[in-house]
Design a protein around this ligand. Structure first.
Ligand SMILES: [Zn+2]
Length: 217
């Protein structure tokens, strides 16, 4: 299979070495309309993924968080307020993570993984991650699902870049976040199903980010 890299892709994937794993990651949820459909798709394939949640939505939809965990998936922290850390003072970023982790703790979730809003990390982000024992996660494959691309276009773009690769960390969204240019996440559900089928063909295991943690690039 061709291994040509695109502008959002790093040779060899996000994880280092031969891992046999890929990580499907879903940001901005949970969402009562979409998260369960993604969980069902994962369960049908015996696959696991990571959900980087917005804390208020997680508290509001605790049942979805519990369903995700029951399915062997991981809950990571995304944010309380979805604001770029580069546009906030360090103490505002600190307050966001402190409040967010407290909210998640209130529903029994203690995350090990963190993805900053928009994937933008600053010195404050990194120092807070160290303080709270959170591993920061970016991605190397951006599906651009948020802008409303249909599943054929998203999957086609991945195929054009060589298809799934060992060690890929793939960014998707199971809810509408700020800046979303679509009204629904049905195309993300369809893409998830396609990616899971493709991973099976390629012999790659869709795993949580913490299951991948030992093999970070
Ligand atoms: Zn987000």
């Amino acid at each position: 299979m061709c291994r040509a890299g695109g502008e959002n892709r790093r040779p060899g994937g996000y994880l280092s070495g031969v891992t046999g794993k890929i990580a499907l990651t879903f940001d901005d949820g949970p969402d009562p309309g979409w998260t369960l459909r993604i969980l069902a798709a994962l369960e049908r394939r015996g696959a696991h993924a990571t959900f980087f949640v917005q804390a208020r939505r997680a508290v509001e939809h605790r049942d979805l968080i519990e369903a995700a965990i029951a399915g062997g998936n991981e809950i990571g922290f995304h944010c309380v307020d979805h604001v770029r850390h580069s546009e906030r003072e360090p103490d505002e970023v600190a307050a966001d993570v402190e409040i967010g982790l407290e909210m998640l703790d209130g529903i029994g979730v203690r995350p090990h993984a963190w993805r900053a809003p928009w994937g933008i990390e600053t010195d404050a982000t990194r120092s807070l991650a160290a303080e709270y024992g959170l591993r920061l996660w970016g991605w190397n494959v951006d599906t651009h699902d948020w802008r409303g691309d249909d599943v054929r276009r998203m999957f086609g773009a991945l195929e054009a870049q060589g298809g799934l690769r060992d060690g890929d960390v793939i960014l998707m969204h199971d809810a509408l976040g700020p800046g979303a240019l679509r009204e629904a996440c049905a195309e993300t559900v369809a893409l998830t199903e396609l990616l899971l089928a493709e991973a099976e063909v390629d012999g790659l295991e869709p795993a949580t980010v913490s299951a991948c943690e030992g093999v970070l690039a």
